[in-house]
Every structure is written in structure tokens, then in C-alpha cells.
Ligand binder design. Structure first.
Ligand SMILES: [Zn+2]
Ligand SMILES: [Zn+2]
Length: 208
């Protein structure tokens, strides 16, 4: 099983088997990474630059500064290909040097628990971001580590179990009773808060 740099299990054998679409993939199948890092064609403006776009362009400042992930050769190759995603062909996510898939965290990948976000509270979220793979800076280079950052959302309960080594991401389980209780507590809090707010608004409208 894959492990984190500190040696705890990540809960999968093959991170790519659980990886979602690339963060850089646009809705029309193009590579946003290449579009944004393409330094030498018209000052990193998208190819369809029609005259002036006063407010739509990015700040001038970061034009000259090569960012950490800059890869001119990659960007040029993508440009030559109409910025199509590498994986649009026969390639796998693992084949693209800039693949990155991080979670948007709406429900636990293992048990399906969904997040309840409280409007005015910084309580600890029910869901946490769990790394299946850390990308370049993570493991040592002699090993055949995946070179991409891949994360999934796990609820706190599953997350702890996975790192403790007795759960896997693809276990077929229902949410922990504690997890369900925590979610219900949030939901009723949320409803109470909502009810309070609408009552206050109603009273406000009635002039009291
Ligand atoms: Zn869970
Ligand atoms: Zn984790």
C-alpha cells in the first residue's frame, strides 16, 4: 500500500485508480495549466485574444516571473496541440507531468457522509482533505512514487481510521454512528439558526 512521507498508510494501493479529473482540465477539454503558463505567445494571453480586454487579463506583475511550476516546453507542446488535455488521447492521468487532482470536499469518499457547513461558525469541518499522493515534494526519488498531488475528501472518522491503518478508501461502509450524530447536530443547529433568522426578519417587517 502507498504510504505518506511519515509512514502512515494512505488507504489505497493505486492512487490513480481513485483519482478524479485533473484540476487543470477546462470544461471544453483543454489544459488550463498550459493556457496559464504559456509565456511566449502574446504575453500569456489566451490564444483567442481579440484586441484589448481591459479588466479580464491578469495583473501585469506576474508576467515576467517564472512560477515554480512553469514548464515552457510543456506549454509549447500543448499550444501546438490546440491546448488539448494530454489525457484526451490514449494517455492516463499518470502520464501528464502536471496532473493534479485535489478534492472539492462535499462528501466522504469512504462512507459518503456529507458536509454541513455552518454559516457563522468556525467549528471543525466534518470533512478533511486526505492525500493519496503528495506530488513532487513528498516521497524520496529512488522509489517509484507517483509524482502528482492527489487528494480526496474523507470525514474525520474515516480519515483517522485510514491513517491508523485499518480502513481503506474503497471500503463499502456506512458513516460511523458518531459521524452521523455530529452531522445531525449540525443540521439541527443550522435549522434552529435559520428559523431564528426568518423569525427575526418577519418580526422586523412587522415593525416590531
Ligand atoms: Zn467517512
Ligand atoms: Zn490523510
Amino acid at each position: 500500500m502507498e504510504r505518506t512521507p511519515t509512514g502512515t498508510p494512505v488507504g489505497v494501493d493505486d492512487p490513480y485508480a481513485h483519482a478524479d479529473r485533473c484540476d487543470h482540465l477546462t470544461g471544453d477539454g483543454r489544459c488550463r495549466f498550459a493556457l496559464e503558463h504559456d509565456g511566449d505567445s502574446g504575453k500569456r494571453r489566451p490564444p483567442s485574444s481579440e484586441g484589448h480586454s481591459p479588466s479580464g487579463s491578469r495583473p501585469e506583475a506576474d508576467d515576467s516571473r517564472p512560477s515554480a511550476g512553469d514548464d515552457p516546453a510543456f506549454a509549447a507542446a500543448r499550444r501546438a496541440d490546440g491546448y488539448d488535455c494530454v489525457v484526451a488521447g490514449d494517455a492516463d492521468w499518470a502520464d501528464c507531468p502536471h496532473y493534479r487532482s485535489t478534492t472539492d470536499g462535499r462528501e466522504c469518499r469512504r462512507c459518503g457522509l456529507d458536509e454541513v457547513r455552518m454559516a457563522h461558525e468556525d467549528a471543525r469541518p466534518l470533512l478533511e482533505e486526505h492525500h493519496l499522493s503528495y506530488g513532487g515534494s513528498g516521497g524520496d526519488d529512488d522509489r517509484d512514487d507517483p509524482a502528482h498531488e492527489i487528494t480526496v475528501a474523507l470525514c474525520r472518522w474515516c480519515h483517522a481510521k485510514v491513517h491508523a491503518g485499518w480502513a481503506r478508501i474503497d471500503d463499502d461502509v456506512n458513516p460511523d454512528t458518531e459521524a452521523l450524530a455530529a452531522r445531525e447536530e449540525r443540521r439541527s443547529k443550522e435549522q434552529a439558526e435559520f428559523g431564528f433568522r426568518t423569525a427575526a426578519e418577519r418580526d422586523g417587517r412587522d415593525g416590531r
